[in-house]
Each structure stands twice: as C-alpha cells, then as structure tokens.
Design a protein around this ligand. Sequence first.
Ligand code: C2E
Ligand code: CA
Ligand code: CA
Ligand code: CA
Length: 279
Amino acid sequence: AKEKGRDNAQFFTPEMANVVTKKFGFEKEINEALAYDQFSLVYQPKVLMEKGHILGLEALIRWNHPIKGVISPADFIPIAEESNLIVKIDEWVIDQALQQQKIWRDQGLVNLPISVNLSGRHLVSDSLVAYVSEKLAQYDLAGNLLEVEITEGVLLQDIKRCIAVMAELKALDIKISVDDFGTGYSSLSYLKRLPLDILKIDQSFVEECDSHTEDAKICETIIHLARSLELGIVAEGVETAQQADMLQSLGCEIFQGYYFYKPMKSNEVALLLSEECVE
Ligand code: C2E
Ligand code: CA
Ligand code: CA
Ligand code: CA
C-alpha cells in the first residue's frame, strides 16, 4: 500500500502535469493542422540507374506550421506515433497520395506507384485495409499504384498480425517495402515469413559505402540477401556519384537520394513526368 501511495503521489508532480498539457497541446495542433490544410506531401523519385528512368515515388509529409514554419516529420511523427494521432496522419497521407494519382491520371500523365510510410501502430490496426480499399475505390485506382514502407522494428512486435494484414494488402496488389533495413533488430527469419517485396538499404550504410569497407560490406550483404530471397532492393540517401557507382558495382539498381532527385512538390513531379513522356 505504501508503494502504491508513492506512485499516486508521483502521478501529480508538476512535471507530469506539464507532460499532459504538452501532449494535449500537441493533439490540438495536429487536429488543427488536419483541419486547416497545414500538411502537404512532397515526392521523391526512385530511379533505375541504368536508364535513368523513374520507377516510382515516395510520399513524404511536411507540416507548414503558421507560426513555427516548416516542421520536419522527424520532429512530429515520433510523437504522433505515441497515440492514435498517427493513424489520422497516415490516413491523410494515403488519401492525399491517391487523390494526387487521380489528378495525374486525369492530366494524362503516366501513373507511377507512390509509396507511403506507415507506422506500425497503423499497420496492425483493424482499420488500415478497409481504409485503403475504400480510397482505391473512391479514386478508381488499381492497388498497384500504392506501395507501403514499414520499418523493421514494427515487424517483430506482432508477427502474426503483420502476416495477416500484409496478406490482405498483397491481395489488393499493394507492394510492401522494409524501410531503413539493417537498423532494426531483425532476426532474419521474419524475412522468410512475411510477404515482403523490397528491402530499402538504410542511408546510414549508404553514406560511407564508398569510403568505409565495413559499410560497403554491409551493403553487399544486404543486396545478396535480397537477391537470394527474391526481393527487390532500393538504396536510399544516395548523395554522390561515387556512392551510386559503388552500390551499382555491388548489384543495386534502384536508387533514391539527393544525387538523383530531392523530394519535390506535385507540380514539379508533373513537369518531370511530362518530360519523361516526350522522351
Ligand atoms: P524515411 O522514410 O527513411 O525517408 C527518407 C528521408 O531521407 C526523408 O526525410 C528524405 O527527405 C531524406 N532523404 C532523401 N534523400 C536523401 C539524401 O540523399 N540525403 C539525405 N541526407 N537525406 C535524404 P524526411 O522527409 O525528413 O522524413 C524523415 C522520416 O519521417 C522518414 O524517413 C519517415 O520515417 C518519416 N516520415 C516522412 N513522411 C512520413 C509520413 O507521411 N508518414 C509517416 N508515418 N512517416 C513519415
Ligand atoms: Ca521511407
Ligand atoms: Ca528509410
Ligand atoms: Ca529513416
């Protein structure tokens, strides 16, 4: 009883009250951001090295805060992931990306698959698959125009549930990538059990793959692993020709990074896609 009393007392410390207020403020701000169109998407192309063709786009969220300016997702997604706010944000992203697909199609541009980043909480929730199929139907789009990127950590928390949800996504023809591959605590056995399509080599390995033999070896190992499991491979965060050359010599063909394209606004993507059509 004494222990419990102490816990109770702790609950009411000013620090705690401060955290609660902050969280409440954050929730209010996110809801306002959704209500007043403060979020936007930028798109970063994925490039096939050999021909320079764009194979797909990754949607990345930006928060254009009226007072604080542009806030990076690295600063608000992790907080949103602590609650169901992340589901609201991820749903907004899916809706926005698919709406954009419809616009590009109506403009007569080619439709490339757009990948969205999903939080683990959302992946294992009951609502994801229903939401996605509803949105595909609403915008009259095929499932292969959407892909999802999921970080490794998530996959181990509830593997049975992950397998079930992923099977439903695959039934909709949606591809699944493992994001930041190599940075989680993956036992390799999950790669075999889950219906995955692509591994994305984390940019921390790419960064020094041209100067540190250890990083090059890790990249090489991931590339071989992907090959032997018949998974696609994408290198992210490629910033220099040297990195791209090194990765290509190790067997990687699909790249993402500032060396090729930075994340760009939808109108810039439209321009790029219309140029691609002309070629
Ligand atoms: P991520 O999914 O690993 O995305 C890659 C990040 O690296 C992006 O940062 C991208 O702008 C950046 N990047 C791309 N090429 C390069 C490069 O050559 N060099 C460097 N240094 N960076 C590069 P961003 O947009 O700030 O996003 C950060 C993270 O926030 C993402 O990492 C993802 O985990 C999360 N995130 C972004 N958008 C969303 C979203 O819509 N939903 C969710 N749940 N998470 C998101
Ligand atoms: Ca990603
Ligand atoms: Ca990543
Ligand atoms: Ca990352």
